[in-house]
Design a protein around this ligand. Structure first.
Ligand code: NAD
Length: 500
């Protein structure tokens, strides 16, 4: 192992000390959590180590802001204007936010900047929906009845986010909850809290009243768990692993909170011989190695028709060798660091387990020592069978598994033979083939002749153990509401005992 060299880009860098935001007050914790940059091996951020008492104070502030404060009582237009201002302020501080996400998570800086652009668009989209939230009316119930269905803000929402897309994921939840008129407690990952804390400053500046958004930093068991059990919380919006998602649901059951879960994935890309293979090879490399494969949507499972499997695997390997793995702060880097040394080890164990089970390493397979932090060589495993752990479980690293099929029926069976159902890709020039497979694959998003494209307008979420509910799209605000029926009688009411 070579000695770690602090990169030039961090020459004048001083680790940043953050505070958390409870009821509009910037607050210290009981000690600090140090974040060591995965791509640079130096301390880059320190966040307060919040605890149960901090979570409870934040929940009480959100409760008070919901029950008595101005936010839920504003017009949609007023909330929309504040969210638009927030979007402008996020855009103005995008470089600072992207830098934090880059150094804390190890993702490439160019990618972090792209995610900030996407996040600004989501805040603007949610701002528009704040004005469009409405219920229904029924004038078809007879002369004596008018039915009106209201959408009311659900109340206090706990928002818990992971480390792999720190700013983007909080942006898939928070602006929609705010658009609906909810108040919130946000807990970012204890590894990547910086950009979410800067968002707190932005929201105060944009005009979000104190107590409407509270941000508590700390670990899952200390801060996250009380956010899932407290009786004053009405809904939980969680993104993270399927294991913690299940625990969240169990915790929420005690007080029957509404739960929205965005969890893991093991996403197949099914490729037919008539596909545009140039386009596919590029998408396969992108799908597997984007964000170092630490992506719920990673296309980590290729299901190739046997007639093209060998040629296509070789072409993917050739292209994967050209992918630039390196310093996350280098603007030309395409694949950055792995989140922690322990996680790198876990990815290595999956590769080892697959080889023991009969798969072979076509490319990579191990760590890459750049003298900076922890990195992994883009890896391809061939001869993977559907029942191997590497084909069924989320590896969450730059590891691509290649499986094969003979018939369309078999491809669909293999694609569905897992517990997850987040997304999938289908590649064929034949429209019938794409639609047949697209309709039969059990996944929340199916890409056809492309992979991992997204838009604020398109709902996103998983089938089966990939989650519950959908984010984004025009119904995203409704997720943060309760439905109330007003059943209104017109004219004299017919008595139960005596007809009038
Ligand atoms: P994780 O489940 O370990 O942690 C997610 C969040 O939950 C963190 O803030 C963590 O502190 C908190 N947490 C941990 N224990 C908790 C507890 N007992 N109670 C409440 N909160 C607790 O996940 P991670 O490692 O941060 O993220 C990676 C996972 O997230 C992967 O499985 C990935 O697929 C998933 N993910 C899913 C999506 C999606 O949209 N479907 C998007 C990104 C990531």
């Amino acid at each position: 192992m070579t000695a770690h060299v602090k990169p030039k880009a961090l020459d004048n860098f001083k680790a940043r000390d953050f505070r958390m935001m409870i009821d509009g007050v910037w607050t210290e914790g009981d000690g600090m959590i140090e974040r060591i940059a995965p791509g640079h091996s130096v301390v880059v951020s320190r966040y307060p180590a919040g605890n149960k008492a901090d979570a409870e104070r934040a929940i009480a502030a959100a409760r008070k802001a919901f029950d008595n404060g101005p936010w839920p009582r504003m017009t949609g237009a007023e909330r929309s204007n504040i969210l638009l201002k927030a979007a402008d302020l996020i855009a103005a501080r995008a470089d600072e936010l992207a830098f934090l996400d880059c150094i804390e998570s190890g993702k490439p800086i160019s990618q972090a900047k792209g995610e900030l652009g996407g996040a600004v668009d989501i805040w603007r989209y949610a701002a528009a929906l704040a004005r469009d939230l409405h219920g229904e009316s029924y004038n078809t119930l007879g002369d004596g009845t008018l039915g009106v269905v209201l959408r009311e803000a659900i109340g206090v929402v706990s928002i818990i986010t992971p480390w792999n897309f720190p700013f983007l994921i909080v942006s898939q939840k928070l602006p929609f909850a705010l658009a609906a008129g909810c108040t919130t407690v946000v807990k970012p990952s204890e590894m990547t809290s910086g950009s979410t804390l800067v968002l707190g400053e932005i929201l105060i500046e944009a005009g979000v009243p104190a107590g409407v958004v509270n941000i508590v930093t700390g670990t899952g068991p200390e801060v996250g768990a009380p956010m899932t059990t407290d009786p004053d919380v009405d809904m939980i919006s969680f993104t993270g692993s399927t294991g913690v998602g299940k625990l969240t649901m169990v915790n929420a059951a005690q007080t029957l909170k509404k739960v929205s879960l965005e969890l893991g994935g093991k996403n197949p890309q099914i490729v037919f011989p008539d596909a545009d293979l140039d386009a596919f090879v590029d998408a396969a490399v992108f799908g597997a190695y984007f964000n170092a494969g630490e992506c719920c949507n990673a296309g980590s499972r290729l299901i190739l028709h046997t007639s093209i499997a060998e040629e296509v695997t070789a072409r993917i390997a050739e292209l994967a060798k050209k992918v630039k793995v390196g310093d996350p702060l280098d603007p030309t880097t395409q694949v950055g660091a792995i989140i922690t040394p322990q996680h790198l080890e876990k990815i290595g164990d999956y590769v080892e387990g697959a080889v023991k089970a009969g798969a072979s390493v076509t490319l990579g397979g191990g760590a890459l020592d750049l003298g900076l932090g922890q990195f992994m060589v883009p890896t391809i495993l061939s001869g993977v069978e559907p029942d191997m752990a590497v084909a069924r479980e989320e590896v969450f690293g730059p590891v691509l598994s290649v499986l094969t099929f003979e018939t369309t029926k078999e491809a669909i069976r293999i694609a569905n033979a897992i517990d997850y159902g987040l997304s999938a890709g289908v590649w064929s020039r034949d429209f019938d083939t794409c639609l047949t497979v697209g309709r039969k694959v059990r996944a929340g998003t199916v890409w056809m002749n492309t992979f991992m494209d997204g838009a604020s307008e398109l709902p996103f979420g998983g089938y089966r153990q990939s989650g519950l509910g959908r984010e984004l799209g025009r119904h995203a605000v409704e997720d943060y509401t309760e439905t109330k029926t007003l059943n209104m009688h017109i004219g004299a009411r017919t008595g139960w005992w005596m007809p009038r």
